[in-house]
Design a protein around this ligand. Sequence first.
Ligand code: ATP
Length: 328
Amino acid sequence: MSNKIKKLAVLTSGGDSPGMNAAIRSVVRTCSYHNIQCLGVFRGYEGLIDGDFEELTARSVKGIINKGGTFLKSARSNRFRTEEGRKEAYQKLLDVEADGLVVIGGDGSFTGAMIFNQEFGFPVMGIPGTIDNDIYGTTHTLGFDTALNTVVDAIDKIRDTASSHNRLFFIEVMGRDVGHIALNTGIAGGAEEILIPEENLGLDRLVESLNKSRKSGKSSSIVVVAEGDKIGKNIFELKDYVDQNMEGYDVRVSVLGHMQRGGAPSCFDRVLASRMGVKAVESLLKGETNYMVGLLNGKMELTPIEKAIKGKTKINLELLRVSDIMST
Ligand code: ATP
């Protein structure tokens, strides 16, 4: 491996997700393994501009692999959106003699990293950390698997009360632009219907389908709705519509919200984070820059950051079909 790089910086940016701590730990320990220094940057790009750095050693990251959130803290930074702010950040990295930057975050964070690289030629590497799984170039983003487990656990609990009272529950899960969380947890939680932004079922079809389930003998119904679904303006209006157009059910709404972003990362996310950290550091050491690491066909692969930002993830059509068959 190249010995040009002597010191790397790592930061977490944008929305937090389970597995970010495990990824920081992996970056730090991979640096330590290759005898290079690692600086933790607090508060994402805000901390980069302020020079809020702390040297991290293999021992500084003990006991965090199982913790949700990010101990480096995350932030949104308007200053980093300006050339002046990015110049300041670059100067801060030069001051501490850092030679590369690992950015753990979502597509906004990657856009910032790509622009920073284009402006100053500073080596950057991205690790996709977001529960939405909406980044091209990886089948799984960090935190997605944990969020799925959290949501399925919640659906199971809501099902208990739904079936005790003949209730129809609309459960809103995260996913502004993509329905990955809704589709997977809907199948795993045995939902009668799954509403996702990629598909517009139509209100009449929804009521028809719920009536059909009721006639087939179901005593409760669960509809999992991605927050970005287009069928109703919001989940409460959806509830009102169904209340007015369907008889026999007590209709309730449950918005799961930020609980989906927290909690201890699953085994899958801990392993993924560990693999991504190793790949990110070793790629920078090999002289690669402006890439995102991702899981493709079971292997760690690099995708140019620009492609990761611009590419669209697609909903799995086979899963859609499975969900249709399961709800009969
Ligand atoms: P999430 O998917 O959870 O929203 P994200 O990484 O997409 O995570 P954003 O808030 O979009 O979160 O971006 C995080 C930060 O990245 C912003 O606060 C900003 O500092 C930086 N950033 C985003 N877009 C740009 C841009 N066009 N130019 C420079 N910096 C940017």
